[in-house]
Design a protein around this ligand. Structure first.
Ligand SMILES: *Cc1c(COP(=O)(O)O)cnc(C)c1O
Length: 229
């Protein structure tokens, strides 16, 4: 089932998301799929567009710029999911619909300044580091409450929720613990008066677990577009 085509993989992922929702007693409409198109060329994204995908996750600003230029006017919402340097904030402020990797105040300031110039707003998710791996970016969990308070100073950033990457591990318990931590942090912040409906968690290797733990958005690259070279 599925077949090794873009259409086949897309159908298979949608079916598996729906099955994970059923297993968790959730409605399939509660979980969005963000196709992660990093490393894949504009021609592949054009095929994906024809199949109804409209939002694409990219992790590098230069690549997002190149693809936004190649696919201009096609109605795409570009979502930055990778680490963002402040000196690239201007391109993101101009081109992206959303940033899921906000993890520090100097970046919030840089985005706010650039959004002022563009007269735009940006949906943002705060990336939290729920795994101990040094390679992973994100705000330390203990800093989240204070960080959310400070974000009130940047009104062009519309804070919609939290994002995380789980530990890379075969140990399902350890992976689920990362997702559960993000949900608990969100619930706690909501109790403190912050409206954070979105939880972006789950990738090709772990999204059914993330859905079981309350994910509202899974970021899927390999399972849709194939293995990256
Ligand atoms: C690449 C990437 C993904 C998708 O990874 P796959 O394992 O290919 O699904 C998700 N989130 C982030 C932040 C990424 O960089």
């Amino acid at each position: 089932m599925g077949g090794d085509t873009l259409a086949g993989r897309w159908e298979a992922v949608r079916a598996r998301v729906a099955a994970a929702c059923r297993a968790a007693g959730r409605d399939a409409s509660e979980v969005r799929i963000l196709p992660v198109s990093k490393t894949h060329p504009p021609e592949v994204l054009a095929q994906a567009l024809a199949m109804g995908m409209r939002r694409f996750g990219e992790n590098r600003v230069q690549e997002l710029r190149d693809k936004a230029a190649a696919l201009e006017g096609r109605g795409i919402d570009w979502v930055l999911i990778g680490h963002l340097q402040t000196n690239k904030a201007k391109y993101v402020a101009r081109l992206a619909a959303e940033v899921q990797s906000l993890d520090r105040l100097d970046l919030a300031q840089a985005l706010q300044d650039r959004l002022d110039k563009e007269d735009r707003t940006l949906d943002v998710l705060v990336q939290v580091k729920t795994s101990p791996e040094p390679s992973k970016h994100g705000l330390p969990p203990v800093e989240l409450p204070g960080f959310l308070e400070r974000l009130h100073d940047y009104p062009r950033l519309k804070v919609r929720g939290l994002m995380t990457m789980a530990v890379q591990s075969d140990d399902e318990t350890a992976v689920r613990a990362c997702f559960r931590m993000l949900r608990d942090l969100r619930d706690c912040a909501q109790g403190g008066g912050h409206e954070l409906p979105r939880l972006s968690m789950g990738m090709s290797g772990d999204y059914p677990l993330a859905i079981a733990e309350g994910s509202t958005e899974v970021r899927i690259g390999t399972a849709i577009f194939g293995v990256r070279s």
